[in-house]
Design a protein around this ligand. Sequence first.
Ligand SMILES: [Zn+2]
Length: 58
Amino acid sequence: MPHKDRICKACDGEGLLMDDEEWRYTCSVCGGDGIIDPGESLKPSEPFSVDEMNRTLE
Ligand SMILES: [Zn+2]
């Protein structure tokens, strides 16, 4: 059971969405795992490389 605060509201934690014709497809909001990772949208994996790029551009 996913953590309550992290359950994807788009699919209610199921990881699947259903369209009008009842076709099930992977939820694009959570990527199909039914859980929203707080850092998922931020992608802070390489903040320093971005900073370096900005400085290089200046
Ligand atoms: Zn979802």
